[in-house]
Design a protein. Sequence first.
Length: 334
Amino acid sequence: MSKKISKSDITEDQKKRASEIVREVVAWQSEQTTKEDEERTARAMYALMGERFPTTGSFAGQISSLRSSLRSSLYSSLELSLELSLRSSLRSSLDSSLHSSMRSNMLPSLRWSLDSSLRSSFYLGTFWSYWAARYSIAKALGAQFDDAKFQLFINFSRHCPIAFWAKEFHMVLPKPHKVQLVEVGETQDDWRLPIFELHAESETSVELGSEIKLYHFHNIQIPERMGRVMREKWQPEWILDEKNSEVRRLLIENIGMEKIFEALKGESISRWKDYELFKLPIDDGEDIHMLKMVCPSTGRMYIEGVPPSISDAQQAFQWQWYGEKEKVKFEWHA
């Protein structure tokens, strides 16, 4: 059995090549593929499965088998400490934008634009790009893969971004014609891989056809009203009807607490430790109560709504973290 590749074997040139591979994989996302590329990859996948029209189950099984085969080769070629360090660095570099963010944002839009019979039978090669980068870097480090399986997986990730299978039917949709990923830094480890985030201001970050248009601010999906304008034009009153805590955090960080509460005539009514409870008057005469808090692990400031019957910051904290919220009817109103 050949010696596994260890951290001490990795050269600076190989680390630079790893960063180049990450940038190449990012470039795939906006690279428009041809129908010939898609069909060629689909035919190769069929041939590997030994079927003309794969069923949903067999396709899922084959993709899983293909990845398992490549993963076994990866594990047998790299020492565990090296593989773990590469995996961790790539998660920071690519996974949060290409897999986590796009998957959570695009899948709901895709699912509800499809016939119900197809909603559970599609595979998204675009979201497998993290794995493609992982295997490509390992190959550049000297890992041994089955060349045919390796290339098929790369082609699937690159040329078949969104595919549907259902018995005698298959369809490969074109890639999103816009995916805006910006390089925002590098990982703080020995690899120093570039970090990319889905981000755009006053324009879409992802577009697929005429139906799906998404907006992101540093990997966080934001509503159209925020995405269509520069951050300087975000309005304080938007915080009143925004239900997503991360989006509210963006509004706070970019508009500023003082400006928000000045514009909305907010009043601090109670403090307890690092928590502060505010009252905001609204047009129908009922006040909104909001608890300002700082996340102890990230240091980020958040605002969460509490029932207007709560006027004590400690009580608001206890309701947020320990209360039976499902029994309290509370909605945001602009």
